[in-house]
Design a protein around this ligand. Structure first.
Ligand SMILES: Cc1ncc(COP(=O)(O)O)c(C=O)c1O
Length: 397
């Protein structure tokens, strides 16, 4: 390959994406009130956000953010290991560790960053990182960054995970999984994975981005549902941009594990610590998540209403009992057409295409929130039935 100009490379790549219906322009949200968003001057009901409990605009969070900014300023002024670690971060880490029975917490600016940090600091060449094939991209990227051997087992296949761990001859092993799979909404077989990890002396690491706040008593997440705790799952990640309605991610583990990550993870060391005000807002969110069980109850009743309605209309949903309700349509063009038809009917549901999901599995990733009303669900179902059932493209079984 000879010399190439960036302009030519980008033009080629763009043309190739256009030919595959894979262009992904960003939509501007001009205003928001709960699940109502303004896009191109039009109000739409949002069915693709992750604010599952409807806390993102709660006055307690807004007030905590404002007060935090008034006290501490907007930025943290430095890396956590230099001068960016504030009392608000420390308090949030303590709150989460106490809540879920872990020794230590470590607050990151994002879940993506946290996963890169965990893998890069704990794993090295010669180690193995065994992961579910449908794990979130940042778990996979983190393993690649670490230099460890990445092995991916078929989705949910515990025996395959066991075999991959058993084939290890040397080095340390980590078994990593989403608690709730982000694009499919189903739950990992955590109890079985915990047994496998123990038998194979592997560190079990769970990323519960879509389970925390939503599942279990007090919203304690996927571990509580599987009756697991810090002993079985020594390392747990809780991204806070979803049910907690904010930003950042909390890593929980033993003092030894967490302090090692804090002191050695390049994605933690070489970045400005998150805003202390956001940590204050997340403390306020934690109080609401624990206390307001009605949000989870309402959310689950909306999930059931949606699933009943979809079944009655012949819409082929995945097996998911979380607020993530994907409708797999296959090719990119079908997913885009359905998304456009829904928008014309007043609903915002993005078409999710590769590389976010595997080739040929483009979908509408419909997400529900406690902020939705029953009438929103019924309206969406009607629009979906028209958009999908009237579409000329075949729907895979
Ligand atoms: C399972 C999972 N882990 C991590 C992330 C990344 O978290 P963040 O958005 O805070 O970077 C996401 C989604 O964004 C996710 O679905």
């Amino acid at each position: 390959m000879g010399r190439i100009r960036f302009a030519d490379r980008l033009a080629l790549a763009r043309a190739e994406r256009a030919a595959r219906d894979a262009l992904r322009p960003r939509r501007v949200i001009e205003g928001r009130e709960g699940t109502r968003v303004l896009v191109d001057g039009r109000p739409l009901v949002n069915f693709c956000g992750n604010d599952y409990l409807g806390l993102g605009q709660h006055l307690d969070l807004v007030a905590a953010l404002q007060e935090g900014a008034a006290w501490h300023g907007v930025g943290s002024t430095g890396s956590a290991l230099v001068c960016g670690h504030h009392a608000e971060h420390a308090a949030l880490e303590k709150d989460f560790a106490q809540w879920l029975g872990y020794e230590r917490g470590l607050y990151f600016g994002s879940g993506y960053q946290a996963n890169l940090a965990v893998m890069q600091s704990l794993l090295a060449e010669g180690d193995v990182c065994v992961q579910d094939k449908l794990n979130h991209a940042c778990l996979l990227d983190g393993a690649r960054l670490s230099g460890a051997e990445l092995k991916r087992y078929p989705h949910g296949d515990v025996e395959a995970a066991m075999r991959q761990l058993m084939s290890r001859r040397e080095g340390a092993a980590m078994l990593a999984t989403d608690g709730v799979f982000s694009m499919d909404g189903d739950q990992a077989p955590l109890a079985d994975l915990a047994l496998v990890a123990r038998a194979q002396d592997a560190l079990l690491y769970v990323d519960d981005a879509h389970g925390i706040g939503v599942l279990g008593p007090e919203g304690r997440g996927s571990l509580a549902v599987a009756s697991l705790g810090a002993r079985e799952v020594p390392l747990l990640l809780l991204p806070l941009g979803k049910a907690f309605g904010g930003q950042g991610a909390m890593l929980l583990g033993s003092t030894a594990l967490v302090e090692h990550v804090a002191e050695t993870a390049r994605p933690y060391l070489f970045t400005t610590a998150p805003a202390p005000a956001m940590a204050a807002a997340m403390r306020a969110s934690l109080k609401l998540v624990r206390k307001e069980a009605w949000r989870r109850a309402k959310l689950m009743s909306l999930v059931m209403r949606f699933r009943r309605g979809a079944a009655a209309r012949g819409l082929p949903l995945q097996e998911s009992f979380t607020p993530i309700q994907p409708l797999v349509l296959g090719d990119n063009a079908s997913a885009l057409a359905a998304s456009k038809a829904l928008e014309a009917a007043g609903f915002l549901v993005a078409a999710i295409r590769p590389p976010t999901v595997p080739e040929g599995q483009a979908r509408l990733r419909i997400t529900l929130s406690a902020d939705h009303a029953e009438a929103d669900i019924d309206g969406l179902l009607e629009a979906l039935a028209r958009a999908v059932n009237d579409s000329p493209a075949p729907i895979p079984a």
